[in-house]
Ligand binder design. Structure first.
Ligand code: O7M
Length: 210
């Protein structure tokens, strides 16, 4: 089973397509964030789908009023994105504006140290919101497997947990999957490595071994 998501945080279109193509065999999906969209334009979403045949997750972490969230999400889903990531702290109306347009993933906790300041104290409420709205999934920190277990224990069955922070940020794939994550999101450990295909293959093997 494929449970690896490539975080393709490079600017250049050709480099992005090359890395996606050579790692695709080991991926469940490709995640694009602002660096790639700023560097290569929204058309990269369509191209990545064509080249890899995989789902594309648009990680724009939308955090605006419902109308603006909707205006952005409409174009991004229109370009072929299968999932759009939105922040939950802006409230249910803003999240619903994205969910009305397509499959949505809500951020309930983040992986960096600063996430402890404002996001972690709000995680319980963000989980409640998620359980009410039932999106495709949530984002939780691979850097804190104990928080992934906690989030799993409170989240309705069927809602997927996607965890960034493996590799460059210190998280371990095996630990976070055992804690209850469904997918791991990995960027630099793959796209900055000498051999991205081999790095993705190794992570895939590690996942299979869990
Ligand atoms: O493996 P990395 O650290 O090079 O990349 C991790 C990717 O996951 C990168 O695209 C980040 O923007 C993203 N991410 C986090 O690192 N931490 C979070 O808490 C949330 C995300 C994310 O994907 O949010 C949707």
């Amino acid at each position: 089973m494929k449970r690896l998501i490539l975080a393709l945080d490079v600017y250049e279109r050709e480099r992005a397509l090359e890395i996606a193509e050579c790692t695709a065999d080991y991926l469940w999906a490709v995640k694009v964030n602002w660096p790639l969209i700023i560097g290569s334009g929204l058309g990269i979403v369509t191209e990545l789908k064509q080249v890899t045949g995989l789902p594309v997750i648009a990680d724009l972490k939308l955090a605006d009023i419902p109308n603006t969230n909707g205006l952005i999400a409409r174009r991004v889903f229109g370009a072929g994105a299968d999932y759009v990531i939105a922040h939950g702290f802006t409230g249910r109306d803003s999240v619903k504006a994205v969910m009305e347009l397509g499959e949505t993933i809500i951020v309930v906790e983040m992986s960096h140290p600063g996430a402890r300041e404002f996001i972690q104290p709000a995680t319980d409420k963000l989980i409640e919101l998620t359980n009410e709205l039932e999106p495709f999934g949530v984002i939780a920190p691979a850097t804190r497997p104990e928080r992934v277990s906690y989030i799993r224990s409170r989240l309705k069955d069927g809602i997927k947990i996607l965890t960034p922070g493996v590799g460059a940020q210190g998280g371990k794939a095996g630990e976070v999957l055992k804690a209850g994550a469904d997918y791991i999101i990995v960027g630099r450990s793959i796209y900055e490595s000498e051999n991205p295909r081999e790095s993705a293959r190794r992570l895939h093997e590690e996942i299979l071994g869990v």
